[in-house]
Design a protein around this ligand. Structure first.
Ligand SMILES: [Zn+2]
Length: 95
């Protein structure tokens, strides 16, 4: 019995990775996405600064739809950001 087919099958993922250097395994992408959402939630970045009108979670919590932010929550964040425009650049110099 030859071990050549088994070795070929074992090395196939590394060969595929060599052909596509930017591709990461799904488990790594899942972990990166979870970490990004957790960081945004923890520091209340973006839409996580608002409570969700759809699933009614408070600000700083993940939406009940995993790996998604409800559109109404994003819209509420955008509406608040347009209401709180940053101070003009020359305001600090004028004092
Ligand atoms: Zn939600």
């Amino acid at each position: 019995m030859s071990t050549a087919p088994a070795l070929t099958a074992r090395h196939r993922p590394s060969q595929a990775a060599a052909r596509l250097p930017g591709v990461l395994p799904h488990s790594a992408l899942d972990a990166m996405l979870d970490a990004a959402y957790e960081t945004h939630r923890r520091f209340r970045h973006g839409a996580y600064a608002e409570s969700c009108p759809t699933c009614h979670v408070p600000a700083g919590e993940l939406c009940l739809a995993r790996r998604s932010v409800h559109a109404a929550r994003r819209q509420a964040h955008r509406a608040r950001m347009t209401q709180t425009a940053p101070a003009p650049l020359g305001a600090a110099v004028a004092v």
